[in-house]
Design a binder for this molecule. Structure first.
Ligand code: ARG
Length: 259
């Protein structure tokens, strides 16, 4: 009798042990954080740039995509690369999302899926402070213009008559060339130009004229991964409802987003 009970107890423990291990391994697969690889050209403050001290990628887009990742239950891994390499990387499956101040355009939408717009932007012109001849886009004819490669700014510059356009890897390099006197103007996104002017103490450069375009930034996902695109839109809605989006917006731009 007591032997039978002992056998039952041992058997019971054995079953429990199997059950526990079973649970354990199940848990570890469902709990392991899923990672989304987010591609970005990270010299585009205040949207994406490297914190000098921590070396971490920071900025509006970085905060937003991390918050979206959290909302969806993903860990976000930032992959820094050239702006013109982002869409090819997405198409090749090397990244899952583009968060890079990327303007939603018809041309790009043929290749990738865009989320709902998440930021309203546009292009402006930056010249040296002492330049009094270029007062806006209309004065750019025949001038030397710097842009970032593969951007909407580069597209606009290409339309300017007789202009000599030089494409740089990122806006800071274009601004440096302007400072050095190598170009007359930079065409680039308004919020980035404004941030640059403020950061540089607005002594050597200024923004001229009205914004040329009205552009919307969107997050891009692969056409082969419609599910991720839908999840992103849903998470974006949720962050806009729960105030998290507004918090991030105010942190970087000092004002509430326009409704
Ligand atoms: N909005 C512009 C475009 O889509 C410029 C974006 C550049 N972004 C960046 N992270 N460098 O063409």
């Amino acid at each position: 009798m007591s032997k039978k009970i002992l056998a039952l107890i041992v058997l019971g423990m054995f079953v429990m042990a199997i059950g526990l291990t079973g649970c354990g391994s199940q848990k570890s697969t469902t709990q392991a954080p899923k990672v989304i690889r987010v591609g970005s050209e990270t010299a585009f403050a205040p949207f994406e740039f490297q914190d000098e001290k921590t070396k971490e990628y920071t900025g509006f887009d970085m905060d937003l995509i991390r918050a979206l990742g959290k909302q969806m239950g993903y860990e976000v891994q930032i992959v820094s690369m050239g702006f013109d390499g982002l869409i090819p990387a997405l198409e090749a499956g090397n990244i899952d999302v583009i968060a890079s101040g990327m303007t939603i355009t018809e041309e790009r939408a043929k290749k990738v899926n865009f989320s709902k717009p998440y930021y309203k932007s546009g292009l402006t012109v930056v010249v040296k402070s002492d330049n009094n001849t270029i007062k806006g886009f209309k004065d750019l004819e025949g001038k030397n213009i710097a842009v970032q490669i593969g951007t909407t700014g580069a597209n606009e510059a290409a339309k300017v008559k007789n202009a000599k356009v030089r494409a740089f890897n990122n806006p800071p390099e274009a601004f440096m060339e302007l400072r050095a006197g190598g170009v007359d103007a930079v065409i680039n996104d308004k919020p980035v130009n404004d941030y640059f002017i403020v950061q540089s103490g607005s002594k050597d450069a200024k923004v001229v004229g009205e914004p040329l375009t009205a552009e919307d930034y969107g997050l891009a996902t692969s056409k082969k991964n419609a599910e991720l695109g839908e999840k992103l839109n849903k998470a974006l809605d949720e962050l806009q409802k729960n105030g998290e989006y507004e918090k991030i917006y105010v942190k970087w731009f000092g004002v509430k987003p326009a409704k």
